[in-house]
Structures are given as C-alpha cells and as structure tokens.
Design a protein around this ligand. Structure first.
Ligand SMILES: C[S@@+](CC[C@H](N)C(=O)[O-])C[C@H]1O[C@@H](n2cnc3c(N)ncnc32)[C@H](O)[C@@H]1O
Length: 279
C-alpha cells in the first residue's frame, strides 16, 4: 500500500465535510484559542489536511502567523481556498511534510512482509530524532488534530498489528510526536493534542448517546479496552508523568471532557489535551 496516496485518498473523501464538521470545528478552534497566552502570535497546525476542523477566520484574528504542515499539500491548498485564505501571507504551508520522518520506512516495511527486526530497529532509531519543519520555529501554540491515530495506523499498516514489536513501534511514534509538539512550542506556550479514542464502528452507542452520558460511556469502553491503540487518556497522562524527555518540559497538562465528531457516517469520541510548557 502507498501510504502517501492513502492519506491523499482519505483527505479527498472528507473534503466536502465542512458543514458536517461544524460542532467539532468549533470545539477544536476554541481549544486552540483558549491555549493562547495574551502575547501569543504564532500557531503551528500539524496534519492540518483539509482544514475542515479549524476555523481559520477565528484563528487568524488571534494569531499573526499560522504554519500548516501535512504530507498532503493538495489538501492544505484546498482547505485554504475553501476558507478564502489561499493568498493570505499570514499562512505558511510546509508540505509535503512527514512529521514523523519515518513515512518512507513505513512504505518500505509495508512492501516487505514479514517485517525484519533490523527494519524496525532502523525505524526506532529514526523515531528518536525530531524532524525539522523549517525556520523559524518557536510557536505559542502547536496543535495536532486527528493526526496521532493516523501515525499509529501507519505502524499498523506497515509493521502489522500482530507483529511482536508492534506496540514498541506505536509507543515510539507516540512519544516522538509529543516530543516534537513540545520542541516546537515556546517556553510558556501550549501544545494541544486532539485525538479520536473510539468510533461508532466498535461502540454503536455513540450514535445515540446524550452529551451528559458521554464521559461515562467512554469510561466504560476504555475499561473494556475498546479504544484505538495508543489513545487511552489515562495511559497518555502516565506517559507525560513518567517519560523524562516529556515530564521535565511540562508545567501542566489538562484533559478536556470528550465530545463527538461526526465523520461522514461514522462518529468518533474525541478529547483534547493541552500541555503547557514550562516558562
Ligand atoms: C484526520 S486528518 C486531520 C483532519 C483535517 N484537519 C481535516 O479537517 O480534514 C489527518 C491528517 O494528517 C495527515 N498526516 C498523516 N500522516 C502524516 C504525517 N506523517 N505527517 C504529516 N501529516 C500527516 C493527513 O494527510 C491528514 O491530512
């Protein structure tokens, strides 16, 4: 499978979802605005894709410069144009940009099954490095919205979920992603992760749950281990507390209550995590 083409295919499939994403977009945008400190000027959006989950009018009223990074350059152009910002100099597009730096390795491993140990060793070595997104770095807010699951799915599609080193690779790409987000953030700024945790495919109750019952429903699903690998908020919190490359950089972490994201015919339960970097 060509993972680049697959991301582009998915973005094309969801390009017209602007109206459908409205409540999700409002939640994500507000979370980013709330994460901004009063002097914050620069915003970085990782995996911004079609930009259907980001209200650029609201964000550009608060941030002077917005950097958009994605492997899919066409999706970013479509998204900017839909919101009327394709010629706005406040937006800087960094694409195609692989924020993990191992997409090529994933493609290689996907094409050479079964995956050998040395290929995984090489991938893990690369995941100790942080890709550069170009000068100048140092953002007041760095956001990753719906990207973590895509990175983890890249591991599933290449290493394979049944491979004995699947979890080790998932764990490495998740830690690298959090490290990258904090690396790009200025001291006192915030890195904001928004991730899906489970979908209506495996939890049909999401189709009809009342807003007030969602936290309880999600708690039950997580206890029953029905969640996307690598997205359990409790495990993420523990990682942020115990991994010295992350914990030492953090002033605070705050998880939101979950909300629902209508994604075509599927519904995702989603939560946000704001990591405030030490000043
Ligand atoms: C679920 S989409 C995010 C939703 C998107 N903001 C929207 O409104 O449609 C995930 C995005 O991550 C991008 N992506 C996946 N893997 C990536 C990688 N390794 N580096 C950069 N972007 C990646 C995809 O191209 C896609 O645009």
């Amino acid at each position: 499978m060509d993972l680049f083409q697959e991301q582009a295919r998915r973005n094309t499939e969801t390009d017209a979802a602007w109206m459908l994403y409205a409540p999700h977009r409002q939640r994500v945008t507000q979370l980013l605005l709330d994460a901004r400190i009063s002097t914050g000027e620069r915003l970085c959006l990782l995996g911004a894709g079609n930009l259907n989950d980001l209200d650029l009018t609201a964000l550009s009223a608060s941030f002077c410069e917005i950097v958009l990074a994605d492997v899919d350059a066409t999706a970013l152009q479509r998204g900017l144009s839909r919101q009327g910002f394709s010629k706005d100099a406040r937006f800087r597009v960094v694409a195609p940009m692989d924020v993990s730096g191992v997409f090529a390795e994933f493609v290689d491993m996907a094409n050479r099954q079964p995956v050998r140990d040395d290929a995984i060793d090489n991938c893990l070595r690369k995941l100790t490095l942080l890709p550069e997104i170009g000068d100048p770095v140092g953002f007041d807010v760095v956001a990753s919205v719906g990207l973590l699951t895509q990175l983890i799915e890249g591991v599933a599609q290449s290493v394979g979920e049944t491979h004995p080193r699947f979890w080790e690779t998932v764990s490495a790409i998740r830690t690298q992603h959090l490290r990258l987000m904090l690396e790009l953030t200025v001291p006192g700024g915030a890195a904001v992760l928004v991730t899906e945790v489970v979908s209506s495919d495996s939890c049909p109750a999401l189709q009809s749950v009342d807003k007030g019952d969602l936290p309880g429903l999600l708690k039950g699903e997580i206890a029953a281990r029905n969640f996307f690998t690598g997205t359990n908020p409790a495990a993420l919190q523990e990682l942020l507390r115990t991994d010295f490359t992350l914990a030492g950089q953090l002033a605070s972490t705050r998880f939101t209550e979950p909300w629902l994201w209508q994604f075509l015919t599927r519904i995702y339960a989603v939560y946000g995590l704001t990591m405030r970097k030490r000043g």
